[in-house]
Design a protein around this ligand. Structure first.
Ligand SMILES: O=C(CO)[C@H](O)[C@H](O)COP(=O)(O)O
Ligand SMILES: [Co+2]
Length: 214
């Protein structure tokens, strides 16, 4: 069964606590938190005090997606808050292996995110230690964008690399995920599905989460 990760970027920031409770009751597996610095991506989302408040409220694990230029910056703080998984963009650093170690040394799962144009081969030599690869299916920076279908080939390629290498890592997809694109991605090999606008705009959150779980 797929795991469903609602992106709280699409939640109602004035009532985030209610949204968290309702999404948990609807069966969400993990909350996805998008951190944007206005540098790596042309948008700013929210920072440490908001993550802390979410961590105190949530009863399910948190997945922090760093869209920042210095992804190593706040790793100890996220660990302190109880975050379970952190991903950072390979395009944002010359030292992905070192950052992966830093995340692991703080007791969290480490993921590497790839922009739509970045080939999956970039993570090949990191696979022995990686916990998950996040394939962006939109250009990072905004919710509510349209799924980029050419990214599906990358999920398939990564699934083949996983099979051939025997390394155990999860494949996460993020951006434009709805019932139709979720099915395409899971068939290609993804198991962690981030969904923001589709989930939060659906009238029946439990039904929407169940459908994505497949
Ligand atoms: O990383 C992201 C944007 O950069 C978000 O996680 C993603 O866009 C989710 O939103 P939606 O499902 O509305 O596309
Ligand atoms: Co994201």
């Amino acid at each position: 069964m797929n795991k469903v990760l609602p992106s709280l970027l699409a939640g109602d920031f004035m009532r985030l606590g209610d949204d968290i409770e309702k999404m948990e009751a609807a069966g969400a597996d993990i909350f996805h938190l998008d951190i944007m610095d206005g540098q790596f991506v042309p948008n700013i989302s929210y920072g440490l005090p908001v993550v802390k408040a979410i961590a105190e409220k949530s009863t399910i694990p948190l997945d922090v997606h760093l869209m920042t230029n210095q992804p190593e910056q706040f790793i100890p703080e996220f660990a302190e808050m109880g975050v379970a998984m952190v991903s950072f963009h390979i395009e944002a650093t010359a030292h992905p292996h070192r950052i992966m170690q830093l995340i692991h040394n703080h007791g969290m799962k480490a993921g590497i995110a790839l922009n739509p144009h970045t080939p999956v081969n970039m993570v090949k030599h990191l696979l022995p230690e990686i916990d998950f690869v996040l394939i962006m299916t939109v250009n990072p920076g905004f919710g509510g964008q349209e799924f980029i279908s050419s990214c599906v080939d990358k999920i398939e390629e990564l699934a083949v690399m996983k099979e051939d290498s025997g390394y155990d890592f999860a494949i996460e997809v993020d951006g434009g995920i709805n019932n139709e694109t979720a099915e395409i991605c899971t068939k290609a090999g993804a198991g962690l599905l981030v969904s923001g606008s589709h989930l939060f705009k659906s009238g029946d959150w439990k039904r929407a989460v169940d459908t994505l779980k497949g």
